[in-house]
Design a binder for this molecule. Sequence first.
Ligand code: AMP
Length: 181
Amino acid sequence: MQTSLQDTLLAAIRTIPDYPKPGIRFRDITTLLGDARAFRRAVDELVHPYAGSKIDKIAGIEARGFILGGAIAHQLSSGFVPIRKKGKLPHETVRVAYSLEYGIDEMEMHKDAVAAGHKVILVDDLIATGGTAEGAVRLLRQMGAEIVAACFVIDLPDLGGRARLEALDVPVRTLVSFAGD
Ligand code: AMP
């Protein structure tokens, strides 16, 4: 019997209780990335609706969004844009402050990484409160990009991130969800 996509992905994601601080259940995708079949199925499924469309850039959020985003960019024949924590990019940047499920930080993108009118898909491993993804949306829109979608392997719907992005008119695609936080 063919295992469903959901079962394959859920079985490949490892949950670490109380990491990085007490009360957080960390959804670890390194086990999914290490499983050839699960990794391929996740990437194939995330790109499926966009196959054949012209997507100029995939924007990946540091660090797990780089791994998924690189594979997605390859599949869609798109360029890749890294969105990084502040101070890591060598050229001129645009910067935005954002809130995390566990803290506050700033992220940056190179000023010339996307051009006005570029069609962009945003990628990260997981959406929780949506603060990180919203920061990335603001950066990309500041440069005039058109955000076609934001894609995540994991949704934590109780934390409201999907609704927060949809309120910004960003279509959201996720593959599995976990109740609670
Ligand atoms: P948020 O900004 O609240 O949507 O948080 C999303 C970002 O934090 C993503 O880059 C995730 O990788 C990371 N993150 C937040 N919560 C978790 C969690 N429970 N397990 C794994 N990663 C998480």
